[in-house]
Design a protein around this ligand. Sequence first.
Ligand SMILES: [Ca+2]
Ligand SMILES: [Ca+2]
Ligand SMILES: [Ca+2]
Length: 306
Amino acid sequence: MKNKVYKLFMIASVFAMFACDSEQAGQDVSELGSTDTYPTPTFSFDSPTTINEGDETVLTYTVTFDKPIGRPVDFVLVQTGGDATLHEDFDFVNASVPAYGTTANLQVIVYNDDIFEGSESLTFEVQRGNSLANKYLIHPETVFPEPITVTIENSVSDDLKVILEWSGSYVGTDGVEHALCDLDLDLEIYDSALETVLANSYSSCPESISISPGDLEDGVYWIVPSFYSYAGTVAPAENFDIPAMLKFTQAGAEEVVTEDISNLWDYETGGAAEEAEDAYLVEYQLTVSGSSFTITNSEGTVVFEQ
Ligand SMILES: [Ca+2]
Ligand SMILES: [Ca+2]
Ligand SMILES: [Ca+2]
């Protein structure tokens, strides 16, 4: 409620300001359209235009007024092109030149991620803020700069990423398509004795675990995908194998090794919660040595290393 009153007050004062201007126009023609007291902003961008997402760089756009004014003036950054995604690859932080101040720093925050994307681009420009008052508070001859294009290079980390994927859909006894993600599959990493879970992913689809060098001591571990349960799902019109894929990759790298484990579990047999015998797949061994990771299958064949 407080907020509402405040907003109403703001709207009223903006209205009053223009109402006042138009009154003056009638009374004193020489004042009409005089913008001499309005500040003229200049814009500078000194940050690099090629960056690596792994550095999580913060780019800064500076707005400088030649003279202060007694009201805050907002500026915003707007994406006008490029294939980088707002809120995923980067975010804008907008800013105001404060009342009686002369500068504002707007920012582009670049985020790191462990997804392979190749290089992405971001084209953006600075614009005046959206509030009505803003449009009339800076000098009308202000020249806004050309858009800036930044290249964001993909980063490849030293982390090992293990993913258990089971995407797609099935038709239920109700005749409706249901997402395979409704089924509960899990991913765990156990110690060599298969006694302790050292890392897990239980509630996503796909499930995924990232291991950084140093997370696990040198030694041997088990990567264990499992089918936990079909509980809560609509039964399928026809039984089917769950198209599960176990993937290994260096986090952020293009190359992904996929182990097809789609012949392992079917809906009707169910998972661990349904007391299925082969709910846990204990076949993939992970050997950690310093910052290197090696994964072997049950035959002792190396399927992945980094
Ligand atoms: Ca990214
Ligand atoms: Ca990336
Ligand atoms: Ca799960």
